[in-house]
Design a protein around this ligand. Structure first.
Ligand code: GDP
Ligand code: NAG
Ligand code: NAG
Ligand code: NAG
Ligand code: MG
Length: 415
């Protein structure tokens, strides 16, 4: 007891000294006050030896200003659990969720993504987040992601039927293809799980029982970055502007992964002419009115879209048709060209949206708004030099041309 009291006296003494130093030595200019005080404390650092006050001037000043009522060690860490700082956007929420397909080993990479999405958008809207996995999520994954998401989190295991070779696939033939692709050093060319992932994202994620509860989704992958504040409800924007599918980055697909995809698309178009939209985006996908594919696609690691469209008969017929042709396993069809071709052919072109104000990075490409006004209005921290939009390997200029959109001022300088 006596020891504690002496300890207390020392703290009070140190505290009073600090206050005296602070007030008597500070200049009348408020902005230099802190600096002056901390400089003096630094100079006199040796005097504090043996007392309980910290010898580091900076931390000493910080402790005093942020915790003026320290009376025991237990109270040195303020209990802020349950405090919600930051404003919540008023108004109704949409029937929407974030969705992430991930492995347990992705936890720290997806944690980074979630933190960025929350800071820039979701802390104001608190939308739910659905996590899907072909395995059970472990405790760490659940604990970390639940703590980061401001909305409800839900964890789903994928039905093994949706993550395995369908009966009509010749697995020997598929294995041979993987060997060949490995030899050719095609990225993910020898991976079985990557193929299941692409097929799942193409045809099944929107049918998972947890996803049936929603109308809108925003897909998030591990290790992405968001560079600008998003101060409006992107789901509401989609609904109000009658959009069904959206993107931020577009590019040319690696030809070796989809040699016969367009053949399959062409037989689909012949078989199901009723599913092809009149005012479609064929000129985004093809330079010869549909004879060949130019390999342009929207990059699907970012998507905000309408789940009921993906669950429509048109999209399901499209997926089933491609799936029967076997290219998810006999080649390495990606979900990006599959979603893009579907959106480009089966939606009227005015139902697609380019989110210029969602500045985004997924290795190795960045979308950074071309307009300086957009960047400063939304507190963006991306380097405009990194913007991929007007690069020769991007298809975004083609999207602008297909839709008669005016390119933003300054785009020429980024070509
Ligand atoms: N559960 C699960 N998720 C996977 C698997 N492979 C990839 N993913 C997820 O699928 C998405 C795409 O995979 P990623 O490795 O980012 O592919 P990349 O962006 O094309 O290089 C990410 O959200 C991954 O976490 C897998 O085998 N199991
Ligand atoms: C300091 O703490 C005491 C006891 O915990 C409390 O009664 C008092 O109101 C506090 N003062 C301030 C300024 O927070
Ligand atoms: C912190 O505050 C929360 C809510 O006010 C409370 O539930 C929790 O028990 C507190 N934790 C500690 C360590 O006092
Ligand atoms: C959300 O959308 C799904 C799919 O359309 C629907 O089944 C569900 O009833 C909707 N929920 C609400 C609260 O409107
Ligand atoms: Mg990825």
């Amino acid at each position: 007891m006596a020891g504690t009291q002496r300890y207390l006296r020392y703290i009070i003494f140190a505290f009073i000294c600090l206050l005296l130093v602070f007030f008597f030595s500070s200049s009348p200019v408020p902005s230099s006050r802190l600096q002056t005080a901390s400089e003096i404390i630094k100079e006199q650092g040796s005097k504090w030896k043996g007392s309980s006050a910290p010898t580091s001037a900076d931390s000493g000043v910080k402790d005093v200003s942020s915790q003026p009522n320290v009376s025991s060690d237990k109270e040195t860490t303020p209990n802020t659990s349950g405090h919600r700082l930051g404003e919540t956007a008023p108004g109704e929420r949409m029937n929407a969720t974030f969705v992430t397909l991930a492995r347990n080993s992705d936890v720290w990479e997806i944690a980074r993504s979630i933190r960025q999405v929350e800071d820039r958008f979701n802390r104001k809207f608190n939308y739910d987040w659905v996590f899907l996995n072909d395995n059970d999520f472990d405790d760490t994954f659940i604990k970390v992601t639940t703590s980061l998401v401001s909305g409800k989190t839900k964890y789903g295991k994928i039905n093994s039927e949706h993550w395995s070779f369908p009966s009509w696939i010749d697995t020997n033939k598929a294995a041979k293809v993987r060997d060949e692709m490995k030899q050719k050093q095609i990225i993910y060319g020898d991976s079985i799980s990557y193929r299941h992932m692409c097929r799942y994202e193409s045809g099944f994620f929107f049918r998972h029982p947890l996803m049936l509860e929603y109308e809108w989704y925003w897909r998030v992958e591990p290790s992405i970055e968001l560079f600008c504040d998003i101060n409006y409800d992107t789901f509401k924007f989609m609904a109000e502007h009658k959009k069904k599918y959206s993107f931020v980055l577009s590019l040319y697909e690696y030809v070796e992964t989809i040699p016969t995809l367009w053949d399959s698309v062409k037989t689909f178009m012949q078989k199901y002419p009723q599913h092809i939209a009149k005012d479609n985006s064929m000129s985004f996908l093809s330079d010869d009115d549909g004879k060949t594919y130019n390999h342009c696609h929207f990059w699907s690691n970012f998507e905000i879209g309408n789940l009921n469209w993906l669950r429509s008969q048109a999209y399901l017929d499209f997926f089933d048709h491609l799936d029967k042709d076997g290219g998810f396993f006999y080649e390495r069809w990606g979900d990006a060209p599959v979603h893009s071709i579907a959106a480009g052919l089966m939606l009227p072109k005015n139902e697609l949206h380019f989110f210029d104000d969602i500045a985004y990075y997924h290795v190795p490409f960045t979308h950074c708004p071309t307009s300086e006004k957009v960047r400063t209005d939304n507190k963006c921290h991306c380097n405009p030099k990194d913007n991929f939009d007007w690069n020769g390997y991007s298809c975004t200029a083609r999207f602008f041309e297909t839709n008669n959109m005016q390119k933003p001022e300054g785009y020429e300088k980024q070509q």
